[in-house]
Design a binder for this molecule. Structure first.
Ligand code: PGA
Length: 241
């Protein structure tokens, strides 16, 4: 694991955007695995700016998002479909047919999961997977547990995740209890992985991810088994390492 500590959120975002941009320049038809949440927002803003300055071209890029809540329509402002559209896709020259998100409204979750894994495989696999991390060490919605499902699957969100994500909803009761997420194997099959974290509330998870035991109780610690992981964090998230 390569760990890069930047001064603050803005510097972390800039560094992350440069890494994504260099991937896309190197391979214009890159397949990117993308994340939602507060953490990558600054990185998306930087990438949009680079696009506006003609420094990056997304016309051949394909994307696969990590996860989506169950039973939130794409028009719901809390859905990850809405997030991606409004915070990134609509500002760049990516073709809508090249962007992929899990359908949390499906009646047949198993079929949706299988078909998503198949689409990733057919696209040639993820070249660069961007990840945030939950305060409990989750990546995507792979929550800590005695065992982890390796493929794309439906999950029950952990109480800490519901608590953490309630800031985006009017009340905690509105946070969906279930979601679909790509599994750990799908993440670990990516050629390169970029993990981002900012803020003191991520410091413990970052310490356990970088230097703790590899354990399904801290899903991000499994990244230690991958040969090409770059961790970019700000000073607050690095507080315990
Ligand atoms: P955050 O979420 O970026 O909103 O902190 C990260 C995550 O839960 O994976």
């Amino acid at each position: 694991m390569r760990v890069i500590i930047e001064k603050d959120y803005q510097a972390m975002s800039k560094k992350a955007a440069l890494l994504v941009a260099s991937q896309v320049r190197l391979k214009p038809s890159s397949v990117l695995g993308l994340a939602t949440g507060s953490t990558p927002l600054g990185m998306y803003d930087e990438l949009i700016e680079m696009y506006e300055d003609d420094e990056i071209d997304f016309s051949q890029v394909k994307t696969f998002n990590l996860d989506e809540y169950c039973n939130l329509s794409p028009e719901n402002p809390q859905s990850y479909h809405y997030y991606m559209q409004n915070n990134f896709f609509k500002h760049i020259n990516i073709s809508p047919e090249n962007t992929h998100l899990l359908n949390g409204m499906t009646d047949d979750v198993k079929k949706e999961c299988k078909s998503y894994d198949r689409k990733i495989k057919r696209s040639g696999g993820i070249d660069l997977q961007v990840l945030g991390i939950g305060p409990n060490g989750h990546i995507g919605f792979n929550e800590p547990g005695k065992k982890l499902n390796v493929r794309t699957h439906e999950v029950e969100l952990a109480e800490e995740t519901i608590e953490a994500n309630s800031r985006f909803f009017d009340t905690k009761d509105e946070v969906p209890r279930r979601a679909i997420t790509v599994g750990i194997a799908t993440i670990l099959k990516s050629r390169r992985i970029l993990l981002l974290a900012s803020g003191r509330n991520k410091a413990k998870a970052i310490r356990e991810t970088i230097s703790g035991y590899v354990s399904t109780q801290v899903p991000a610690s499994l990244l230690q088994t991958h040969p090409e992981v770059t961790v970019i964090i700000d000073e607050e998230a690095a507080d315990l390492i």
